[in-house]
Design a protein. Structure first.
Lengths: 434, 301
């Protein structure tokens, strides 16, 4: 036990003290901050100078005037369109638009024609189009003698509320999907990065030839477990630091650069403008949903699946690392059988987030090679308790079994040099006596 | 009773028998040569002694006690395939390995300081292993093997990669440790080193013990009663009955006598004849010759 602790300490400390670890741990959130800033700039970027738009509205159907905007200035002009177009290079206007007559009040498609000094950007194209569309709508309303509030009252927003469940709404499932997706993805990343780290480190010890020195003092099992636990600790440290620093960075960017960081997640170009009241309601609802989640239940479970999944895969990676020589091609063919289920689990997780009660979701969250990634994604949807228990038991059992299995491969593999290793060969190792 | 007893030890890997019913007794406080050609089963045997693997059959006793999990801390093992963590600091690395052998941190620190002083490398503590030359790393490796003051030291090709100066340094250390009562197993292919260092040897071939005993006795056992005489003057025509001349040159002759004791008669007669004898030496076979002979013999089957 004492020796195991020494090994864990060394494996943990040598990694955490490494410059590359410190840099990666601190620079990643910084990189995210830079990313937020860049994305913020991109979203708030608006091209060019003010555009002067001349509108030739011969039929006088547009309501006047159109109020000027930040980068748009509308002027109604009575001169003939052709004349204006001819003089465009000398005129103060950048764009000249001709609005033809609306022949039929029921027309749904309408075209206006323009000439411009330079190419119009897509955003301007849309903006100008929107203004004209607004005015035509008003014109139609006048013609049909409709009032704004009458039209308003035609829109009814319907929310489906399930009554036989405690307050689960569609909103809850959207948030559940979000949380689940993030959790599953974090699991995927950590299992992969740190599992690979274990494998590389085992390989290094073997090619370094320190391994025989080590196992004349400690049992191969202690060496393997010490490494797995030590690297796991490094992973937890990094994930915890990131999960604190990245949100801080996100908010700092929001404060110092004044970007509305919420823009980045949803792109509200064509969506109907949400008024302030509605937005407030939504924030409140998100808060409530987040509050409704049983975090004290979810976090320990999340930790359990993290540990289970990590031990399961890291021990397999350790076994493969022990069997490898420094031949890279060979190493790839040996890791493939481990990486395939991890990647499959990620894809299943993506589907499961949208259909958390499907058969696929249920069975893949019990199957131990997938459950560490799929089940955390389902937790936010409050799956039935029996499924969680079965899944946990299966995962715990399988993890222990895989650790045992890997230890048997490991103890032989680390002392095997210069032999090309096949799966058949590895299979034989399982039955070697100590 | 010996420090190490090997009794009918057998170890197989799959279909391959690496160690086949090997027995020997290693006297306490001796330097013991474990010899054998490549693939003879030396490393497999050492791995059993160091508790890395377990014997399928037979038993191993260390200090009269059946091998158990408390023994690794009493053994220092320098494998032929050895290495260190390249990125670790030399001092930390030695501390780590010493602690894994069961020493406390303070105790280990004192001992390491002592060794650093001895090798005059006090300023190495904060150096990274990868900054050291191969020879320097070997020194560190040696310290790591002996720092916990083992009862039994196992050195597998300890001089490979060392220059003559460092070889002598380590050789002196081996002898000093041995004087302190530490028993040492010395495994190598270099027979001249075995002759120089070891008192006892065991020769293993194809997993089996083919020769065992004191170096002196083994040499006597394999000798051909050859004598080399360097002289001045002329030899009598007939030196002795049944003497076979093996080699003759100006002022030197190598002869074989049928019986060892006849060498005295021979010398007497030469002196009586007035031959001026510069030297009179018995030629013993080198371990190298014995090794080749023994291994060849077994392989001929």
């Amino acid at each position: 036990m004492n020796k195991l602790w020494l090994i864990i300490q060394r494996e943990y400390l040598t990694r955490v003290k490494k410059r590359s670890f410190i840099l990666a741990t601190l620079l990643t959130p910084l990189a995210f901050m830079v990313f937020f800033v860049v994305v913020g700039f991109i979203f708030s970027y608006e091209s060019g100078d003010k555009l002067r738009v001349a509108i030739v509205d011969e039929q006088q159907i547009l309501d006047r005037p159109i109020p000027p905007e930040e980068r748009l200035d509308f002027t109604f002009v009575d001169e003939p369109f052709e004349q204006l177009v001819e003089d465009i290079d000398q005129s103060e206007y950048d764009v000249i638009i001709k609005v033809p007559k609306v022949k039929n009040i029921k027309v749904k498609k309408f075209s206006a024609y323009y000439h411009s000094k330079k190419q119009l950007g897509l955003d301007m194209h849309n903006k100008i189009g929107d203004r004209i569309s607004d005015r035509i709508r008003k014109y139609k309303m006048q013609q049909l003698e409709l009032k704004e509030d009458q039209l308003e009252s035609l829109n009814t927003s319907v929310t489906l509320i399930k009554e036989n469940d405690e307050g689960e709404s569609t909103f809850a499932s959207i948030i559940g999907a979000g949380i689940g997706g993030v959790m599953g993805f974090v699991m995927y990343i950590t299992v992969f990065i740190y599992g690979m780290m274990v494998m590389r480190s085992v390989m290094e010890e073997k090619t370094n030839r320190i391994v025989e020195v080590m196992i004349s003092s400690v049992k191969p099992f202690q060496l393997m477990m010490g490494k797995i636990i030590g690297v796991g600790g490094v992973g937890l440290t990094q994930v915890i630091i990131w999960s604190i620093l990245i949100p801080i960075g996100y908010f700092l960017v929001g404060i110092f650069f004044g970007f509305d960081t919420s823009q980045m997640s949803s792109i509200p170009t064509d969506a109907p403008a949400i008024d302030a009241q509605e937005a407030q309601d939504m924030v409140a609802q998100v808060r409530q949903e987040l509050g409704n989640k049983n975090w004290w239940g979810i976090f320990p479970l999340f930790l359990f699946y993290f540990l289970g999944g990590y031990f399961l895969y890291a021990s397999l990676f350790a076994a493969v690392g022990s069997a490898m020589s420094d031949d890279l091609g060979e190493s790839q063919s040996l890791t493939l059988p481990i990486t395939i289920p991890v990647i499959l689990a990620l894809y299943i997780m993506m589907v499961v987030v949208t259909t958390p009660q499907s058969n696929l979701a249920i069975w893949s969250s019990i199957f131990p090679l997938f459950s560490p990634i799929v089940m955390p994604a389902r937790l936010a949807f409050s799956p039935p308790v029996w499924q969680i228990i079965v899944s946990m038991l299966v995962l715990a059992g399988t993890s222990i079994f895989f650790v045992w299995l890997s230890a048997r491969i490991y103890r032989v593999g680390i002392l095997m040099y210069g032999k090309k290793v096949s799966f058949k060969e590895i299979g034989k190792w399982l039955f070697y006596k100590d | 009773m010996g420090i190490l007893q090997i009794e009918n030890v057998t170890k197989t890997y799959g279909k391959h028998t690496a160690v086949n019913n090997v027995s020997f007794d290693m006297p306490e406080g001796s330097i013991f040569g474990l010899l054998g050609p490549n693939g003879a089963g030396k490393t497999s045997l050492i791995r059993i002694i160091t508790t890395i693997t377990r014997a399928d059959q037979g038993s191993v006793y260390l200090g009269g006690e059946k091998l158990n999990s408390s023994h690794p801390s009493q053994i220092g093992y320098m494998p032929e395939e050895r290495g260190l963590y390249k990125k670790m600091k030399v001092g930390d690395h030695l501390l780590y390995l010493a602690q894994l052998k069961g020493m406390s941190k303070t105790e280990a620190k004192t001992k390491i300081d002592h060794w650093f002083e001895k090798f005059e490398i006090q300023d190495w503590w904060d150096k990274k292993v990868e900054e050291l030359s191969k020879g320097m790393q070997q020194k560190i490796q040696f310290i790591s093997t002996v720092v916990h003051e083992p009862k039994l030291l196992i050195l597998d090709e300890p001089f490979s990669g060392l220059d003559p100066i460092n070889t002598n340094l380590i050789k002196d250390e081996i002898h000093e440790l041995n004087r302190k009562g530490i028993s040492i197993i010395f495994s190598t292919h270099r027979m001249e080193q075995v002759e120089e260092i070891c008192e006892h040897i065991v020769l293993i071939n194809k997993g089996q013990n083919v020769l065992e005993g004191k170096v002196k006795e083994i040499k006597n056992q394999f000798k051909d009663n050859l004598f080399k005489i360097e002289y001045e003057g002329s030899l009598p025509a007939n030196i002795l009955d049944d003497v076979k001349i093996v080699k003759q040159s100006e002022g030197a002759i190598t002869i074989q006598v049928p019986e060892e004791k006849q060498s005295n008669q021979l010398l007497q007669r030469l002196l009586a004849q007035g031959v001026f004898v510069h030297s009179f030496n018995e030629i013993l076979p080198s371990l190298n010759e014995i090794f080749i002979k023994k291994v060849g013999e077994v392989n001929a089957f």
